[in-house]
Design a protein around this ligand. Structure first.
Ligand code: AMP
Ligand code: FES
Ligand code: ZN
Length: 312
């Protein structure tokens, strides 16, 4: 197979786009697509002060690198969950990219604040690790924006993650989650920063190829508490669908985004803004009383404290 652009032997075949590229032309193709997504959905504006949530994995490190190549300077935020070597090695990879880009990273150490790792925090509040972890990460990432003057949080969520999550939500009609995912979520001034996912339409395979070709060293291991068998099963099913009908995943997610846009426009026109309640301790959105983060600290007998180590 030959590269569509230069005719040299291709190194990556993208069946969902019915095309193949050599390494150099793949990089241009991938970066052009992300740039188009950013413009189309207005993810990053010229006055934004973005921060990238970096986990040490291929998605977030590639995003950080790509933004820098596009001239979008962003610092990073890492939530160190205190999971032994996994968290330590992740941080090493992040620091290497921070050095390469000349950017700063804010590091939140779960063990410093909670006096235990995420597994023990989860046990103490009777939640599964991923749920406690998600709650703390969302909180801390937002906090760094509010406290340090960033107005936009960018994450590396990719097409495969989003399609698998959507598939699960549709399969079980989890309406409370179904329409909450979006490529961009608006801010709530003084409470929540804007959030955006520039890789929403990029497959895991494309992002991995981008990382490898760009010489980004990332952590291959998944978190030991990883996501559970269900997400992997959904990814497997969607992978087989993609095999027989290339482009299915992208169609699924683009169709969802179109539906969501129309629903949001309809809600706006009908003036159906949902009322939001804020945490009485810290001001973060909650279902009532204290938010999950403040409630967890209280449950552990600790007072409210959020601190960041700064690297770079
Ligand atoms: P995941 O839910 O693990 O697939 O991660 C989705 C995105 O969330 C990643 O691409 C990162 O942008 C962000 N993220 C995940 N874990 C962390 C972490 N420990 N610290 C900072 N950002 C993270
Ligand atoms: Fe969430 Fe491991 S428990 S990343
Ligand atoms: Zn709170």
């Amino acid at each position: 197979m030959k590269c569509r652009i230069c005719g040299q032997p291709a190194s990556i075949n993208l069946r969902s786009h019915k095309t193949a590229f050599c390494e150099t032309d793949f990089l241009h193709f991938f970066e052009r697509r992300v740039r188009t997504t950013i413009r189309k959905y207005r993810l990053v504006g010229k006055d934004d002060r973005p921060v990238v949530a970096v986990s040490g994995g291929k998605d977030s490190l590639s995003l950080w690198y790509l933004l820098s190549r596009m001239g979008i300077a962003a610092d990073g935020i890492y939530v160190d969950l205190g999971i032994g070597d996994y968290s330590r090695v992740s941080l090493e990879k992040i620091k290497a990219v921070a050095d390469r880009l000349g950017r700063k990273v804010f590091i939140f150490h779960v063990r410093d604040i909670f006096q235990m790792g995420i597994g023990e925090v989860a046990r103490a509040i009777r939640r599964v690790p991923c749920s406690a972890c998600g709650m703390i990460k969302r909180y801390v990432m937002n906090r760094v924006c509010m406290d340090r003057g960033y107005n936009l949080l960018l994450t590396g969520h990719n097409l495969d993650d989003e399609a698998a999550a959507l598939f699960g939500n549709v399969l079980y009609w989890k309406k409370e989650y179904l329409w909450r995912k979006d490529i961009v979520l608006e801010e709530k001034e003084g409470h929540l920063s804007r959030k955006a996912k520039p890789f929403f339409l990029c497959s895991e395979r494309e992002v991995a190829a981008y990382a490898i070709i760009s010489g980004i060293d990332y952590i291959y291991e998944e978190c030991p508490f990883s996501k559970g068998a269900k997400t992997l099963t959904y990814k497997g099913i969607l992978g087989r669908l993609e095999e027989s009908s290339p482009g299915t995943k992208l169609m699924f997610i683009k169709g969802y985004l179109n539906e969501l846009r129309q629903m949001k426009m309809h809600d706006e026109a009908a003036g159906e803004a949902k009322e939001v309640i804020y945490c009485e301790t810290c001001g973060y959105p909650t279902l009532g009383g204290q938010c999950g983060f403040c409630w967890t600290l209280k449950k552990l007998g600790l007072s409210y404290r959020v601190e960041f180590e700064e690297y770079g």
